[in-house]
Design a protein around this ligand. Structure first.
Ligand code: PMP
Length: 451
């Protein structure tokens, strides 16, 4: 039985001792005390199905006993810095993680957060190419350190201070909200309400490519590109998928401009998209640098950057050091997470349950005028709410909040995202079942009827 601080006591401490810029979910604070598998429990012991835990780092389920056991054993042995002394854990895990990566992506740097990983990727790209310009997509999120804030393109996460120089953004090839659609080409079993008209070649993809080329022509000195950063499906941006060949075509453009391709796998990695272990594999490319965080540590602050020997060599001009990166406890967690994904066939589960859930959610689009789009891949799903299907204007924040709170009251936790905050993000721990998928759809249907 919970005997800790009450919500009121936590509220008072928050007001005086905690970061006042934290965004608080829900009207009434939602206080959680315990987690187990795909469930969360509040202070009164009420159980919620956590269909958002995957985003908040939990890939294999809350408090997985195998991780708890492995960490406990490791804590009894050693918890120290692995960057100055040898310890087997960092070595074992580096080679195990490298085995999961294709081609020449065999050198791993360990850090502690996604922002740090992307920060390091910028440094690697600039150091290797000798160029400073970095491009990312509008509507992207890559972190909140001073440098990654410039990489991120979403004003909700930007402060009115001079942004770090050398970063620019190109048009987001969003198949639902973007200028040119591209829906038919989307890499997903569900098609959107309005299909694009092109046959064969994707006209939308080609137009976005022209825009990209313009950015290179006008703003980037010849051969002056250091890197392009992209997720394979935008997460914080609202589960945004791109026209099918966009990433592959951009990849060629980047290579021709002398830049590196950085795949941000912080949300899409570790089996979440179902078909592949890494989201970029769905786009049929091999990035130069891959960044990972969140699901890699199932709730433990662990993150990594993978790259090639040639690129890594460029960082030997100085010492690159990170006190906690790759510590024995973090690498024990990471290694156990990889074992669990394999043993419990969680990537396959992402594909099976994710596809079923996507198709069931898509039925809601037929039933309700305000369900504008249902999209995603595996267990990375977005449901976009609009005023009406024709205008696609975002549903009002008040209605979104009401939907969200009804879901929570009925025991379902989902996330919110997109620039307008009108996309429900469904990204559960990968151990969810078909029953959980049905519960999610039923609760959402009830919430929509009672709006
Ligand atoms: N990249 C992506 C795609 C993310 O979603 C996030 C976090 N939302 C980050 C990077 C930054 O990760 P962190 O919060 O661990 O710094």
């Amino acid at each position: 039985k919970y005997q800790g601080l009450s919500v009121e006591e936590m509220d008072n401490i928050r007001k005086t001792n905690l970061n006042p810029a934290l965004s608080i979910y829900y009207n009434e604070p939602f206080a959680v005390h315990q987690g187990y598998k795909q469930w969360l429990f509040d202070l009164k012991g009420k159980r919620y199905l956590d269909m958002f835990g995957g985003i908040c780092t939990v890939s294999v389920g809350h408090c997985h006993p195998k991780i708890t056991e492995a960490v406990t054993e490791q804590m009894k042995m050693l918890g120290h810095c692995s960057n100055v002394y040898y310890n087997e854990k960092i070595h074992q895990y580096a080679s195990k993680l490298a085995d999961k990566l294709p081609g020449k992506l065999k050198v791993i740097y360990f850090v502690n957060s996604g922002s740090e990983a992307n920060d390091l990727a910028v440094l690697l790209a600039r150091s290797f190419t000798g160029n400073s310009n970095v491009i990312s997509l509008k509507n992207c999120y890559h972190g909140m350190t001073y440098q990654t804030m410039a990489l991120t393109s979403n004003s909700h996460y930007k402060y009115p201070v001079p942004q770090n120089p050398g970063f620019s953004n190109v048009m987001n090839p969003d198949v639902y909200r973007g200028l040119w659609g591209g829906n038919k080409c989307r890499d997903s079993p569900v098609q959107t309400y309005r299909q694009c008209s092109c046959e064969g070649v994707c006209e939308a993809g080609e137009k976005y490519m022209e825009q990209f080329q313009e950015e290179l022509n006008y703003n980037i000195p010849t051969n002056g590109l250091a890197a392009f950063f992209a997720e394979s499906i935008q997460g914080v941006g609202g589960t945004v998928q791109f026209p099918k060949n966009y990433i592959k075509d951009v990849y060629s453009l980047i290579k021709n401009s002398g830049g590196l391709f950085v795949a941000d796998e912080v949300q899409t990695g570790f089996g979440r998209t179902g078909d592949h272990f890494w989201g970029f594999e769905g786009h049929d490319i091999e990035p130069d640098i891959v960044t990972m965080a969140k699901g890699i540590g199932n709730g433990y602050p662990l993150a990594a950057v993978a790259t090639t020997q040639e690129i890594a060599k460029s960082l030997t001009k100085a010492v690159h050091f990170n006190t906690f990166g790759g510590n024995p406890i973090g690498t024990t967690v990471g290694s156990t997470v990889l074992d669990i994904i394999e043993e419990e066939k969680l990537q396959e589960n992402s594909k099976n349950i994710g596809t079923k859930l996507l198709l069931k959610l898509a039925q809601l689009r037929e039933e309700f005028e305000i369900v504008g789009d249902v999209r995603g891949k595996g267990l990375m799903i977005g449901v976009e709410f609009v005023m009406d299907k024709e205008s696609r204007r975002p549903l009002s924040p008040e209605k979104i909040l009401k939907l969200w709170e009804t879901c929570r009251d009925l025991g379902l936790i989902v996330g919110k995202g997109g620039y307008y905050g009108n996309v429900f993000r469904v990204k559960p721990p990968m151990c969810v079942t078909e029953e959980d998928a049905d519960f999610t759809v039923n609760v959402l249907r009830y919430a929509l009827y009672s709006l």
